[in-house]
Design a protein around this ligand. Sequence first.
Ligand SMILES: *[C@@H]1O[C@H](CO)[C@@H](O)[C@H](O)[C@H]1NC(C)=O
Ligand SMILES: *[C@@H]1O[C@H](CO)[C@@H](O)[C@H](O)[C@H]1NC(C)=O
Length: 318
Amino acid sequence: MNVFFVAVLSSYSVYGILALISDDLEPLTDDMIKAINDLDTIWKAGANFNGHDFKEIKNLIVTSNENYDTFEKKVFDKPKLPENFDARVEWPNCTSIGQIYKQDSCTPSWIYASVGQIADQICINTGVKIDVEKTVKQMMKHYGDCEYNSADFVKAFRYWVNYGVFTAKANGSESCYQTPISVKCLLNYEIENYFQLNPVNPKSYRDKMVAVLNGPITINLDVYSDFFNYKSGIYKRTSRKKIGTHVVKIIGWGVEDDIKYWLVANSWGVQWGDKGFFKIRRNEGEFGNDIRSVALSISSGKMPSSYNRDQLFYLQPY
Ligand SMILES: *[C@@H]1O[C@H](CO)[C@@H](O)[C@H](O)[C@H]1NC(C)=O
Ligand SMILES: *[C@@H]1O[C@H](CO)[C@@H](O)[C@H](O)[C@H]1NC(C)=O
């Protein structure tokens, strides 16, 4: 068989337009898993979410439409890029980079992705370590029960950009106060540092690679009905049925069997996917609308005299 013919055939099964599952399949069912695996695609589907059905996990993703145009679009310099890059290996002391968090139905993905990204940047640049879980929990506690879930990722990010973030050490006690509905208790803290955030919007996928060389970036992923069952391999959607959008953190890239991929941390716990991570093809447009991405740098500024609870990022206990 001639080489050209082989190439055409294999690109048909790997990338093929025919490789789609039926729109009628319900995520997380055995039928869904079988339909994906029968396509013999470059990733494998399997059971996730411990037997919970789709109705129970559906609000892990949202349907909002954020406006990333508020961040400066940036075309990066063109250094020679390595074939593989893994931020966990590059900065082994910054454990937040490879930490997988677990959203519950009231914790939106963007809060883990963006608090995580800020923590990564602070650690990479200053060695200061943030307790992401504690920070997120306090932010959620500060607000009404599920209020953060409907909040807008870009709006939250812009708030941190405008006002900066404070790193604080919990001092071991809590203060409680009465709200119209209940009593709320928040950790007491001592402020240690103040940082300003400078976000940009890396344009092409190559710009995103250059950005990741300075630390993980966040990106919006359009979630299709097959994604919930991702288990291993390089994800490429096999479904036409869009469920919503989701924010994830890109921590590196690589090449496997000649297919280029991104290495991405999700926030559905370590039992989901490949120990909580997934790989996705590294092409323009693979996340859905790839312009919805934030790369970040931080700087320390003059400490302002006042702050708000949302600006507090808790330090890891020593
Ligand atoms: C990483 O942490 C270890 C142990 O705390 C320390 O000895 C080492 O200097 C750190 N490395 C960097 C690059 O900060
Ligand atoms: C912790 O901070 C609170 C509020 O600032 C203060 O009232 C309390 O005395 C502090 N506790 C300790 C153990 O330092």
